[in-house]
Ligand binder design. Structure first.
Ligand code: GLN
Ligand code: ZN
Length: 765
């Protein structure tokens, strides 16, 4: 093979990244897979797009000056799903799909009669992976076709390819046991021989380095029954003992691998990758890696800020003498940031200078690597530019708005502590006469084609603000009429004006910037464009009051105002890294507080502040969790603590199991909490009860993620179950989440059934 090409440096390398995005600079992969699913293109055409994206990635990395190029980080859907294929661990229910590519997509998305794999958050990022299922009969077997092909196409171009795979510990720790199988990590000894086989295969293909990702080593995952340091030492001692193999880089990211680094140091692997943005160089210094290549992630791979090159170089220098060799890298795959700043024409010059997306990060890595070997002088320009940008960032008035800082500093606990819940309940019951088991919805109604079209027309100037407002008002009127028709008790305006529950607010708050093309993959073909929170956050104008009061003017029933909470706004944005998250959260909380007060003044009796992402920002290490929950809860309470007793505050949570943050949910002190009841209602409610939860709750009785319309009987059964756990005077009846992804027909039928179920249950209590 191509051992002797100019780029190949078999024993070590100096500059790389752990992985890159694969959706395509212009989301080519999204378009192609969606076209394939819709039957508009065939597998050959899809593969052509994929090959183009992979080639483009290799060329970008080579052009940046990297001497080791990650491959196999391409994926048609998800790298964990790819690993399930690699290890022969797809669930048996997809075996009936004959074509491998269709089988893969069946596992990812399901078919008419095959349920897809469950999806969940990749560590504490906004990327979602497909959870592998390990059953009692899962018989692992190596299927290296994908990785072999991607290696071959790279080596054929003379690229110094470093194939990347998810490691066995991470794979199993992130899997779930099904069908009564034992804990997945107990199968580790079945996987090690497969990885050994893979190493042999890659060696024969001419590969010099392989990267095995073990991000789970920075967490407390599996620490109950398996000590992760012991496990890492055992697995990598075994893999490094394989006779003819490439050099092994064990790559960690998203945190400090602490004692696990020392465990890896005791094995014969040749390289260890560390995240020096989330972790520190101290941990590396003490880990005994003096004979290893350390791939130092000093450039943040998951946030968008330009690197302080002097500081990064100092971190690298501090490793000298403590490691065998040093390579520069990003802290993790650049999957989590947009491709390039090119094309962001709306950015003002200052902001442009503060940012670095993937392509700009590659240049930073390369500059640091060259500075390490040749000194700073021939990199002087890059370093000067970095210093100059940082200086303007520190002095920009938008980053320090004294009015908001003083206001935040002046807040007292009384500002975020409402009257006792029981007293509020009386005031609220007196203000509104709701039946027992009141019915409501979570906020959004179907985002129809007309709504999207109107938004597009506004953006490209085909209609003006007034015309847009009129169209949205028409939508609101229809949604109000629909809710009256089906007989709901507490109505909502339907959120037609919101492109996204975070972006909508970010666009109206000062301190945020919305990118033109800053797409990142959320899961599969779905991409999001997170706003960038760069400065102090203030609210120049009311954001929702006009829409909600318009809705209220159309009906005698109470309309619930609808806001996104501060934690969720942070979780789904790129957030400034120059101050503690808690301070930033406090500023966003004040903006939402002003909005709740504004709604109350405008006569809105009920206000919901959504916090679906409360669980998402939970730190990976248990030791950091209390501090996080403390500021997160305080931020929510600042948002909602400025209203009178008679104003009813709702909150809504979803996307997660909340078992480990139930105490924090109780501490939010909302009057009504609607919660996704993905497991059984009893479990959610038992958890809430055990946390001393005494407020009102609405466990979802309609799973809005499915096109299936639940029957009156099913929803009545759910309500009976819920009534066994909480008394009737604390129970609300509502769907699991917003209805924006459903069709109008489904929504009308499902809500009609939901109201009928509530009436039946009322007759029984
Ligand atoms: N109010 C939002 C909606 O109904 C809540 C969405 C969410 O929880 N993710 O769409
Ligand atoms: Zn939800």
């Amino acid at each position: 093979m191509s051992d002797d090409t100019a780029h190949t440096t078999p024993t070590t390398f100096r500059a790389t990244v752990p992985g890159v995005a694969r959706i395509g600079v212009n989301r080519e992969l999204k378009r192609a897979v969606e076209a394939y699913w819709a039957g508009r293109i065939d597998a050959t055409a899809l593969e052509r797009v994929a090959a183009g994206i992979r080639r483009d990635n290799r060329q970008r990395l080579i052009a940046a000056g990297f001497d080791s190029i990650p491959v196999n980080t391409f994926s048609f859907y998800d790298q964990m799903l790819d690993t399930s294929v690699l290890l022969g661990a797809l669930p048996p229910r997809v075996a009936s799909v004959a074509d491998p590519l269709d089988r893969y997509f069946a596992a990812a998305r399901g078919t008419a009669d095959i349920a897809p794999l469950e999806m969940t958050k990749w560590f504490d990022t906004n990327y979602h992976y497909l959870v592998p299922e390990i059953g009692p009969d899962t018989a692992f077997a190596l299927d290296p076709a994908k990785i072999r092909d991607e290696v071959a196409e790279s080596l054929a171009e003379g690229v110094p390819a470093r194939p990347v795979v998810i490691g066995p510990i991470t794979f199993l720790a992130l899997s779930k046991a099904v069908g009564g199988a034992a804990e997945p990590l107990s199968r580790i000894d079945d996987l090690v021989p497969l990885y050994a086989e893979l190493l042999g295969e890659l060696h024969r293909a001419g590969v010099h380095w392989v990267q095995i990702d073990e991000p789970v080593l920075v967490t407390d995952e599996g620490s109950g029954s398996h000590d992760l340091a012991d496990l890492a030492e055992r697995v990598y001692a075994a893999l490094s003992a394989v006779a003819d193999r490439p050099r092994i880089l064990v790559q960690t990211y998203f945190g400090d691998a602490a004692d696990r680094l020392a465990a890896l140091g005791r094995t014969d692997v040749e390289g260890v990758g560390v995240d020096l943005v989330a972790g520190t160089s101290d941990g590396v210094v003490s880990a005994g890696l003096t004979d290893k290549l350390v791939v130092a992630g000093v450039v943040d791979g998951r946030n968008v800020w330009r690197t302080d090159l002097d500081e990064a170089l100092a971190a690298l220098d501090s490793l000298h003498g403590h490691v065998g060799a040093l390579a520069v890298s990003t802290s993790c795959s650049t999957l989590h940031v947009p491709y390039t700043l090119r094309g962001e024409y709306d950015l003002d010059a200052a902001l442009h200078g503060w940012l670095a997306f993937a392509e700009e990060k590659f240049a930073e890595v390369a500059a640091l690597s060259r500075a390490l070997t040749h000194g700073i002088t021939d990199q002087a320009e890059q370093f000067r530019a970095s210093r100059a940008a940082l200086a303007t960032r520190e002095s920009d008035p938008r980053l320090r708005v004294s009015a908001i800082r003083e206001r935040l500093a002046g807040l007292e606990p009384t500002d975020w502590t409402r009257t006792a819940a029981g007293v509020r309940r009386e005031a609220q019951d007196a203000a509104a006469s709701l039946p027992v088991l009141p019915t409501t919805t979570i906020g959004s109604y179907p985002q129809t084609v007309e709504i999207r079209r109107a938004r597009l027309a506004l953006r490209n100037g085909a209609i003006d603000d007034t015309a847009y407002r009129t169209r949205m008002q028409r939508e609101i009127a229809e949604v109000i009429a629909l809710q009256e028709r089906v007989g709901l008790d507490v109505l909502v305006h339907g959120e037609p004006e919101r492109n996204d529950m975070v972006q909508y607010f970010a666009e109206q708050l000062d301190g945020f910037f919305a990118t033109a093309n800053g797409w990142v993959q959320s899961y599969g073909s779905r991409c999001v464009r997170p706003p960038i929170l760069f400065g102090d956050v203030t609210r120049p104008n009311p954001m929702t009051v006009g829409w909600i009061t318009y809705a209220q003017s159309l009906t005698d029933r109470p309309v619930k105002g609808m806001l996104t909470g501060p934690v969720t706004i942070l979780a789904w944005s790129f957030v400034r890294d120059d101050q503690p998250l808690a301070d930033t959260a406090g500023q966003v909380a004040l903006a939402i507080r002003d909005e709740t007060i504004g709604l109350e003044r405008a006569g809105v009796p009920i206000i919901q502040v959504d916090e679906p992402a409360l669980r998402e920002l939970l730190p990976l290490r248990a030791a950091d969790r209390e501090a996080y929950l403390d500021w997160a809860v305080t931020a929510f309470r600042i948002s909602t603590g400025g209203v009178a007793d008679a104003t009813q505050i709702h909150t809504h949570l979803c996307y997660s199991e909340f078992g480990d943050v139930i105490g924090a949910i109780a501490a939010l002190d909302a009057d009504v909490t609607s919660i996704e009841a993905a497991r059984s209602h009893m479990e959610v409610l038992d958890d809430l009860n055990s946390a001393g939860f005494a407020a009102q709750v609405g466990p979802g009785v309609y799973d809005i993620h499915s096109p299936r319309v639940p029957t009156v009987d099913e929803m009545t059964a759910s309500l009976r179950e819920a009534l066994a756990a909480v008394p009737a005077d604390r129970l609300w009846v509502n769907p699991d989440c917003g209805l924006k992804t459903r069709s109008n027909d489904e929504v009308v039928q499902a809500l009609t059934n939901l109201v009928a179920a509530a009436h039946r249950a009322r007759d029984e209590v």
